[in-house]
Design a protein around this ligand. Sequence first.
Ligand code: AP5
Ligand code: MG
Ligand code: ZN
Length: 232
Amino acid sequence: MELPQHHDVVLLLGAPGAGKGTQARFLAETLGVPHVASGDLLREHRNRGDELGKAAQVYMDRGDLVPDTLVVDMIMHRLNEPDAADGALLDGFPRTIGQAHALDAALVERGLPIRRAVYLEVSRGTLTDRLSGRWTCPSCQSTYHDRFSPSPAAPLCGRCGGVLYQREDDRREAVENRINVYLRDTTPVIDHYDRLGVLARVNGDGEIEQVRDALRLAVDPVPVPVPAHVAA
Ligand code: AP5
Ligand code: MG
Ligand code: ZN
């Protein structure tokens, strides 16, 4: 069956600090789909102080993953909103094999193919440099960097005027743990989408604009349906 070109999902995979959030804002606009970021959603729950936010906080501050059941429910709920009916750009989800299987099954049920799983590859030294200088907006979740991408309105957000802050999990110890957790739990997710034939590797070490161009090319072509057997 031929599916319309715009009915699809793009996954943005990559280590902490790889530039997923930075690139996703632009990419979601290009694709005409909402940017759905599990980390941003969890931080919004924390700011509201609701049950999920409280449960997630301790894991997030240590740099550990929030349990799959909580994150999968949250994302499925978000994907049920009308703006995501034709697809979404997922940033930071899935990051365990359990999450990947839950997502694949849900997408098969909705008839939404995964166009690409883009893996933004960045060397470890670059990741720590990026995270140590990052400033985040609490209101619109835009990210800036002291040296690489300063806010034109620093110490305020150049987009919405929020007061920029440094994330609790951008402390050195938490960063080391996040990278280790990523290598252990998320590498198998990359292999999973490679086996399904939807993976595209993009070098994320370059400048923001260079990476943006490479990503645009990587998501351009034909959508690939998720084979029905992965839902089993
Ligand atoms: P999350 O918020 O997803 O954090 P992360 O994956 O660790 O990724 P980051 O947001 O740190 O990095 P990024 O790739 O978005 O980089 P950015 O674009 O900001 O998750 C946080 C926590 O929530 C997790 O640890 C976990 O506890 C929980 N969680 C989230 N999802 C979960 C899930 N699915 N399951 C379980 N738990 C989950 O860029 C970084 C910096 O670099 C910025 O300062 C930016 O300005 C700069 N920069 C970006 N690109 C470039 C470039 N090309 N050149 C120079 N500087 C650049
Ligand atoms: Mg991010
Ligand atoms: Zn902002």
